[in-house]
Design a protein around this ligand. Sequence first.
Ligand code: PXG
Length: 455
Amino acid sequence: MTSSTSHSNLGAIDAAHHLHPFSDMKQLNATGTRIITRGEGVYIFDAAGKKYLDGFAGLWCVNIGYGRREIAEAVQRQMNELPYYNTFFGTTTPPTALLAQKITAHGGGVLNHVFFTNSGSEATDTWFRMARVYWKALGHPTKTQVIARRNGYHGSTVAGASLGGMRHMHEQGNLPIEGISHIGQPYWYAEGGDLTPSEFGLKMARELEAKIDELGEENVAAFVAEPVQGAGGVIVPPDSYWPEIARICKKRNILLVADEVICGFGRLGTWFGHQHFGFVPDLAPVAKGLSSGYLPIGAVLVGDRVARVMIEEVGDFNHGYTYSGHPVCAAAALENLRIIEEEGLVERVRDDIGPYFAAALKTLEDHEVVGQVDAVGLIAGIQLAADKATRRRFQKPDDAGVAVRNHCLQNGLVMRATSDRMLASPALVISRSEVDEMIGILRKGLDHLRDAGLA
Ligand code: PXG
C-alpha cells in the first residue's frame, strides 16, 4: 500500500466507510482525510510524501518518538511466544507481571498496585467503580458522588464523558449520568479577573470544599482532575491550587484521583504529573505514554489505602476487560519504559529540553497576538489574545485558533488548537533544533493571525 494511486483510493474508501472520532464528517467527506503513512523521530509523513514536525506526539502519547525498532522487536518476540492470554481467574503472563512491577517502581512508594485496561477511558470507568466499591466496603455506601471539573477531559465512555466537563460532549447522549458534578477550572487568564494567579488558584480550589458542603461529605466518594488540564487547553494551575486541593481531600476524607493519562511518563519532567506538583493521589489512571501509543494499553495506579481495602475487604472486584494486561501490549509498554529509563528521558525533560522548550516558547510572548505562554516540561498552552494589555480575547476564539493551526499545518507543523489556545506536546526525544524549527513555524502562524484582521 505505498503507491499514490492506492492511497488516493484509500482516501475515498475511508470517506465512504469510516466514521471518525471528534471530526465533522460532512466536512471531512468534502475535503478528504489526511493519510499518514510513516513516522520517524518527531516527524510524520503523509501519503503525498509531505513531512510534518509532530508538535503533538500523535495525541499526546508518542513520548519516545516514532520508528523505534526495539518496540517492534519486543512485540514480535512476544507475539511468537504467546500472543494472548488473560489475567482473569488467577493467571498472568510474564510481561504483564513485570510491567506492573516497573510502573509501580515509579509510584513514589505509595502507588504499589495497578489494574490494567486498554485505554484511558477504560481506566476512568475502572477507578470510578473502584472508588464506590472502596467506600461501600468501608461501611459508607452513600459515598458515591464524584466531583470533577468544568472543561476537564477523562475519556469518551459514559463515565469518562460524564466526568469530563465538556458541554458539547454532555449534549450528546444525555450526560452526565447521575452522581457526578463539576466545579470550576483554575484558568486564570480567562477567568481570574483582578485576582492574582495565586489568589485565584485558592479560590478555585475552595470551590471543591463548597461543593462537598453542598452534597454532604457523607455522600462524596472522590474528586478527579488532571494535574495539568490537557484537552481543555493545557491549563496549568497556579502554584497555590494543588496543595489546597490535597488539603481539602484529606480533611474531608474523599479520595483524590489524579488523571495522569497525559501527564504520566515524563511529560512534565517527572514520572507522574502529581510528583511535579508535590501531592499524592489515591488513584491515578494512565494510558498514552505508558506504551508511547505503540499499542493500546492503560491502567489505574492504586494507592496503598485503596489497595488494602480492595484486597482484604472486597477480595473479588467484579470488573475487567478481556484484554486487561494483554501480553503483547505489556511487552510494548515494558520496552517503552526501558527506553524512557535507560535514555533518561524524564530527567532530560526536567533538566534540559523542558527548560529550553519553555524559554524558547516564552520568546513568543513578545508577539502581538500572544497573551501568555504556559509551559511545564514538554507541554505548553499558548494563549491567543486580541488585546494583550487587557487580556481581551478574540470575539470568535475558535476561529483564531483554527487560523493558526491550519497555517502551521500547511507549513509542516502539527499543533492542536483548543478554542484560542495553541497546544504543544512533542515527543520527549525532540532536539533543540527541532524545538527551534517548531517555534519558527508557529511564529509564522501567529503572524498570519495578526494579519488576518480578526477582531
Ligand atoms: N484522560 C485524559 C486526561 C485524557 O487526555 C483520556 C483520559 C481518555 O483516554 P483514551 O485512551 O480513552 O482516549 C484522555 C484522552 C485531544 C484528545 O484532542 C485528547 C485525548 C484523546 C483524544 C483526543 O486533545 N485524551
